[in-house]
Write a protein that binds this ligand. Sequence first.
Ligand code: GRF
Length: 291
Amino acid sequence: MVKPINLAILISGRGSNLQSIIDACAEKQFPARIELVISNEPDAFGIERAKTAGIKTEIIHHKSYPSRREFEEALSKSLENHTIDLICLAGFMRVLTPDFVSKWEGRMLNIHPSLLPAYPGLHTHERVLAAGEKESGCTIHFVTPGLDEGPTLIQKRVPVVGNDTPDTLAARILEQEHIAYPEAIRLIALGKVTYGKEQVEILPAAPYTPPQKSDPAAIVPTIAPKIETKSQPKPAESLKETSMSHHHTDNAPDQSAIKEADAIWGYFTKAAAITVVGVAVILLLMAATLL
Ligand code: GRF
């Protein structure tokens, strides 16, 4: 068994990809562990997931800093206070500057819900459906300064079906995201990946089997992400093992609590939407009556 690498996961919201990594790391043979979860949003549900799993968390709220540079300095300080081998952006909704990205070149991954280079940026699923694509998917890539431009590590494809909506397509892709991210981390942790600015080389590895306990339905909640992020690099120094502690997360996340919280969150957002529509209809009726 190789030494597990230390991960920092950066999130902004519901954290279902974070959950898939938590679940993977809970497997004894998985060659990575999560050292730290950072959110730029104080109320990100992913923070609860991390706490449930006994992982250190930090909130670095971007609005508490007068500039992007100062926000990123706080981010760097937090990361440097830990031994981090790989940063995983998992629904992290802040664009990172080239300065920040260059510090982590070859050691920072992002996930994007399309088959990059197709459909970078926002509103991916809407654009895929509008274009009449027959398939879509997700991409795990190294972060470079351009938006969703870094070299690809892993892609997973899914079909687009006739009655797809952005939500149904997003859900189908998200299931694959939850496999792809742990798979990408594992390849790096096993030393199978050589980073290059234009492309990465991947040595053969035994196939990755995701943990069965992760019920995708339990970790696919309802909050839509707002933005996709990016960052960048400089010559890879350490995709290899670095010093790290070996402790494994034995306290597996309480899936039922997470499932319940996801469900409550879903009901809440639906109820809020219905209320807004209802009030709008009543106002329209009142206006029509007055006229
Ligand atoms: C995912 O669809 C990811 O591809 C995109 O943002 C979403 C994050 O979802 N970058 P979650 O917070 O991991 O549930």
